[in-house]
Ligand binder design. Structure first.
Ligand code: NAG
Ligand code: NAG
Ligand code: NAG
Ligand code: NAG
Length: 558
């Protein structure tokens, strides 16, 4: 009994090993304290070519799981009536160093049987997911990450250039996560080696010392150009945000603390933004968007907690600056089509921030094409903060412009290598905010070191890639990397969200109709049991797939 079950499992394993794998390079799994990471070195890094559907009724599934699947693939057809099972990752049986072939096989059989035993002890849940491509919602702008000074510093120290190419391709190539958005700081931010800005020369309101890129940006721009080249990203959309003006323009003459922009420099600060856009453009990086400034409330309410570069704004002062200075300066310039984002801060300021702006300067918010949100308080402040915002101003581009884990006192302010729980937190919040109407998402630092820096005030956090700074010869892709990828990889710019309704809470999902008329859907099983998903498409029919406990998937079909 024991052995025969095992032989069955062995058979399944052999079949799935022979079955249609693509040319792609699998993750090199490594056990770490909190779970599994994928290791990349100069000569090895995992990639997955995007699936090519050859027949109308074919479907394709990309899967990751707590157990150890990382972008593994399964495919079949609609309407066969047979359930397809996504096999979860199985730990390789310990090698018998000197046994006979028969005894090695027996070892495998016994190990597999144990796996089967524990799987069987859990029940299988079921859900029906209905997709309706004629019921449509927002059109997606895309997904991305941030190229901070910290990222630039780490890349600069890589021992081999092939390793930086792998980092770039892992995020921005089609065979990577297919990112198309990027956030950069205008001047410095906390993820830098020190506080800095352009135009630090006191009283130089003509900004004549801002006529070329800062040496830190010379390096960063060269790296971003290389990223564009090796990843082949077609339409990189770069969004800038300033953390603080140089101290001489501020009421407290410091980088941080309770300080605002002096009224006398409102025009200078608008000119500064225009000058930066021009410098970046002149150096080969066209800018897509800027925001009115990173986390304006840091310099008003939170200066006892926030030790890094910040500049305070109230909605009233920001309305005046935007309406009377920044807005006209940008709109009357050669860069008049730049997208302007407002707020760039947490949920608790939505939508009052915009209402108060409009009270100070009626129609000032017309200058804003979009609203940018940081996700950090999403779990505390409910969806109504966003729902009221999209009701108040329905036509703005909604972007999450910052997300990471480790910012809270109750979280480890450091990378947890291999943490699947952190991947799940990402999946949950992406699903939540996309369903609330967000058009895009830019994560924070694409890579950090083992302690979650460098950060000049030790405001360390986690990131989807962690670099080994002992050797600077390898980096680790966290489960978070794959969680983000399940959204970004098969949902290109221009995809439209469609109705995806699960019959119960066992499954969380969003789905999209892509510009090429294919359907992409994210399927998240956060439960401890495996799940039979019956997918029903109003046009295509249905199929049943069984997915393992604690797994996340991206489905593609025509
Ligand atoms: C099998 O390997 C073990 C440990 O590696 C060793 O002690 C033993 O002598 C080996 N047996 C044979 C038959 O080679
Ligand atoms: C799909 O959505 C459209 C538009 O909302 C609706 O008219 C239609 O009844 C829906 N189809 C199904 C099967 O729910
Ligand atoms: C902004 O204020 C003006 C003047 O009070 C008003 O006409 C307009 O409707 C307001 N806009 C929004 C989006 O509330
Ligand atoms: C980084 O590399 C060193 C040297 O190979 C190794 O000892 C260390 O465990 C690595 N760090 C991590 C987090 O894996």
């Amino acid at each position: 009994m024991f052995v025969s079950r095992g032989v069955l499992v062995l058979g399944v394993l052999l079949i799935s090993a022979i079955g249609g794998r693509s040319e792609s390079i699998p993750c090199k799994l490594k056990d770490e304290k909190h779970g599994k990471v994928c290791v990349c070195t100069a000569d090895y890094c995992d990639y997955l070519d995007n699936p090519v559907l050859t027949e109308d009724n074919e479907w394709f599934l990309i899967s990751s799981s707590k157990q150890g699947l990382r972008f593994s693939t399964t495919s079949d057809k609609f309407g066969t009536g047979e359930k397809v099972t996504v096999q979860d990752y199985v730990e390789p049986a310990p090698e018998a160093a000197n046994g006979t072939i028969l005894s090695r096989l027996l070892d495998k059989v016994v190990a597999s049987a144990f796996t089967l035993e524990s799987r069987e002890s859990s029940i299988t849940r079921t859900v029906t997911l209905r997709l309706n491509r004629t019921k449509t919602y927002q059109k997606m702008v895309g997904f991305g990450g941030s190229f901070t000074g910290a990222v630039s510093y780490l890349v600069e120290n890589f021992k081999q250039s092939e390793l930086s190419d792998h980092l770039y391709k892992s995020f921005y190539a089609e065979e990577g996560l297919g990112f198309n958005l990027m956030r950069v700081s205008i001047g410095g931010c906390d993820f830098d080696l020190e506080a800095w800005s352009y135009a630090e020369e006191e009283g130089n309101t003509l900004l004549s010392d801002m006529d070329e890129l800062d040496e830190r940006d010379v390096e960063r721009v060269a790296q971003i150009k290389r990223l564009i080249e090796v990843s082949g990203v077609k339409n990189l959309l770069v969004k800038g945000a300033a953390w603080s003006a140089p101290p001489w323009m501020k009421t407290n003459s410091r980088w941080t603390g309770f300080g605002r922009l002096k009224r006398a420099y409102y025009q200078t600060w608008a000119d500064y933004h225009l000058r930066w856009i021009k410098l970046m453009e002149d150096n080969g990086i066209p800018i897509w968007a800027i925001s009115t400034g990173n986390e304006p409330l840091n310099g008003i309410f939170f200066m006892y907690f926030v030790k890094f570069m910040s500049m305070g704004w109230t909605p009233q002062t920001q309305a005046i600056w935007l309406n009377d200075y920044l807005g006209p300066t940008i709109r009357n310039s050669e860069f008049k089509d730049i997208i302007l984002f407002g707020n760039d801060d947490q949920r608790y300021s939505f939508p009052h921030w915009f209402k108060m702006m409009n009270r100070t300067r009626p129609n000032s918010i017309d200058y804003l094409d979009g609203l940018a949100l940081h996700w950090y308080w999403d779990e505390i402040f409910g969806n109504s903060f966003i729902e009221q915002t999209t009701e108040y101003v329905p036509d703005k581009i909604m972007i999450v412009s910052e997300s990471c884990i480790g910012d809270k006192p109750w979280q480890a302010a450091a990378p947890l290598l291999g943490s699947w729980e952190r991947a799940e937190k990402y999946a949950r919040d992406y699903l939540l905010n996309i369903r609330l109407g967000f058009h895009g998402w830019i994560d924070w630092n694409i890579a950090l070191d083992e302690v979650g820096g460098p950060n000049y005030v030790d405001n360390t956090v986690d990131a989807p890639v962690i670099v080994n700074t002992t050797t600077f010869e390898e980096f680790y892709k966290q489960p978070m990397f794959y969680a983000i990828g399940h959204f970004s990889k098969l949902v290109p710019e221009g995809s439209v969200r469609i109705d995806a309704v699960p019959s119960n809470v066992n499954l969380d999902s969003v789905a999209f109709l892509r510009p090429d008329n294919k359907i992409a859907a994210v399927l998240f099983n956060s439960g401890r049991a495996d799940l039979d998903i019956t997918l029903v498409d109003t046009v295509r029919g249905q199929f049943i797939v069984n997915v393992p406990a604690k797994s996340i998937h991206t489905l593609l079909y025509s």
